[in-house]
Design a binder for this molecule. Structure first.
Ligand SMILES: [Zn+2]
Ligand SMILES: [Zn+2]
Length: 123
């Protein structure tokens, strides 16, 4: 996988993110609840440390995500004040293809987790 580029939807090739650079080390991550886990302009591949079942998936800041909408299945959009991401993928591309999960509730660090098998990186 290329280290720099934009992520696109595998099904329709729609651009999903700003240009992102892979973090070379994880020291800058912020795991405080209700704050952004990763700064804008970067992504990293999860080592499984921060979210359940995230190992190997791509983690970005929500501000870098574009051309997306929320999942039409509202049972995936649970949370107390944001989205807790516990009920399956809750983000699709603008054309309705599932791409990942938003985590934006008050008791977790905030981020978007993209599914590696549903997206591609374009250098
Ligand atoms: Zn798509
Ligand atoms: Zn909450």
């Amino acid at each position: 996988m290329s280290k720099t580029g934009v992520f696109i939807c595998k099904k329709c090739s729609l651009t999903l993110t700003n240009p992102l650079v892979k973090l070379s080390n994880l020291d800058s991550l912020n795991d405080n609840d209700k704050e952004d886990l990763i700064q804008t302009g970067n992504y990293f591949v999860s080592n499984g440390e921060f979210y359940t079942d995230a190992k190997g998936k791509i983690i970005i800041n929500k501000k870098d995500l574009k051309n997306f909408k929320y999942h039409p299945d509202s049972t995936r959009l649970n949370g107390c004040c944001g989205l807790d991401g516990l009920d399956g993928l809750n983000i699709t591309c603008k054309n309705g293809h599932e791409i990942g999960t938003e985590y934006s509730d008050c008791w977790i660090p905030h981020c978007i987790i993209l599914e590696p098998e549903l997206i591609r990186i374009k250098a």
